[in-house]
Design a protein around this ligand. Structure first.
Ligand code: TXA
Ligand code: MG
Length: 319
């Protein structure tokens, strides 16, 4: 059931979390499917509802640095600097984990991914529950992440008793994940906070190791994917005129050659990447739910939020 986050609904949601239940809730990035991160049985239910493989670890959400200190070891200096600057916000850090976080949350890893979300409903839920909340995006494994309560309801409504409705997500793509397990911080997943902003505070961040442990499935080649086949292009000009009448186009900004298509999903009026990111997943869903023979998406510049947008488009289009 979808419910507006009134005081009594939030109290009920927090009670469900404390009792080992699962609640879907909004964050600034995407909707999450939350359970008490210290309760292995509750977390198992999240994996079950999502049909998520057990090798894919979850992100633990906390309401502040006090709660953070209960789930991780000591904070390295660069993490303190990032926290001061970007939390609450779309940044997740991977650190060594404390004993209260069960193995199922981290897929057996000795590290844990944590963040403080920038959404009043998420923060209030965590504070009222009084426990850290483990939450993956609230979608079936491998599918496009939800950015509205209705997206969650349509796919997981049968299995989730309570979906808190916080309106459309402001950021629209998942958090940026940085690992601090090695001396040099490393980018695990590009996301809603630009890499340039992070490097501006802590200096160079290494790219994700290639072909290493296949643990971080936001890194599976095919992920965040619609069911229909999607092709990634640099310009609408690449699509032959005769194919356009049966094709739909995902277009970051108006383009003079985007003519003759059966449908165009325009993601922004002027190419602003923040707007493109915010509209991306809802548009992918609309295209997937319609019945065009072919889907095309035009890449954005590989900078700022463009890294996350292109990353999701690449994975959505992978076979
Ligand atoms: O914005 C977000 O991050 C959203 C909202 C709900 O907070 N959550 C989200 O969770 O995107 P999810 O489950 O879809 O992605 C979690 C990803 C994993 O797939 C993995 O790549 C990474 O976080 N991860 C989690 N724990 C990790 C760990 N210990 N080491 C490396 N990567 C980890
Ligand atoms: Mg996900």
């Amino acid at each position: 059931m979808i419910a507006l986050p009134t005081d009594s609904v939030l109290a009920d949601a927090a009670a469900r979390i404390r009792a080992g239940g699962v609640v879907a809730f909004p964050t600034e990035t995407v909707y999450g499917l939350g359970a008490d991160a210290t309760n292995a049985f509750a977390v198992a239910r999240v994996f079950e509802i999502k049909a998520r493989p057990a090798f894919d670890p979850l992100i633990v959400h906390v309401d502040g640095l006090g709660m953070l200190a209960t789930v991780v070891g000591l904070l390295p200096d660069p993490v303190r600097q990032l926290a001061a600057r970007f939390w609450p916000g779309p940044l997740t850090v991977v650190l060594s984990k404390a004993a209260c976080i069960p193995d199922i949350v981290t897929a057996g890893l000795r590290s844990v991914a944590v963040r403080i979300p920038d959404h009043p409903v998420a923060l209030s839920l965590i504070t009222r529950a009084g426990v850290p909340i483990a939450a993956p995006s609230a979608n079936p494994f491998g599918y496009v992440s939800p950015t509205t309560a209705e997206h969650v309801e349509r796919q997981l409504g049968h299995a989730v008793e309570l979906i808190l409705d916080g309106g459309p997500c402001r950021v629209g793509v998942e958090s940026t994940i940085i690992s601090f397990l090695d001396r040099t911080p490393c980018l695990v997943r590009p996301g809603g906070l630009a890499l340039e902003d992070i490097e501006g505070v802590i200096g160079p961040v290494a790219p994700a190791p290639r072909g290493g442990e296949a643990v971080a499935p936001g890194q599976l080649p095919r992920h965040y994917a619609p069911r229909r086949s999607l092709r990634l292009i640099d310009s609408p000009r690449e699509v032959p005129e005769k194919e356009r009448a049966a094709a739909a186009l995902l277009l970051p900004a108006p383009h003079p050659d985007a003519t003759g298509f059966a449908h165009v999903e325009l993601l922004s009026d002027g190419g602003d990447l923040t707007t493109v990111a915010a509209n991306l997943f809802a548009a992918l869903r609309r295209l997937d739910e319609a019945s065009y023979a072919r889907l095309y998406a035009v890449r954005v510049p590989e900078q700022g939020l463009g890294r996350a947008i292109n990353d999701r488009l690449r994975r959505a289009s992978a076979r």
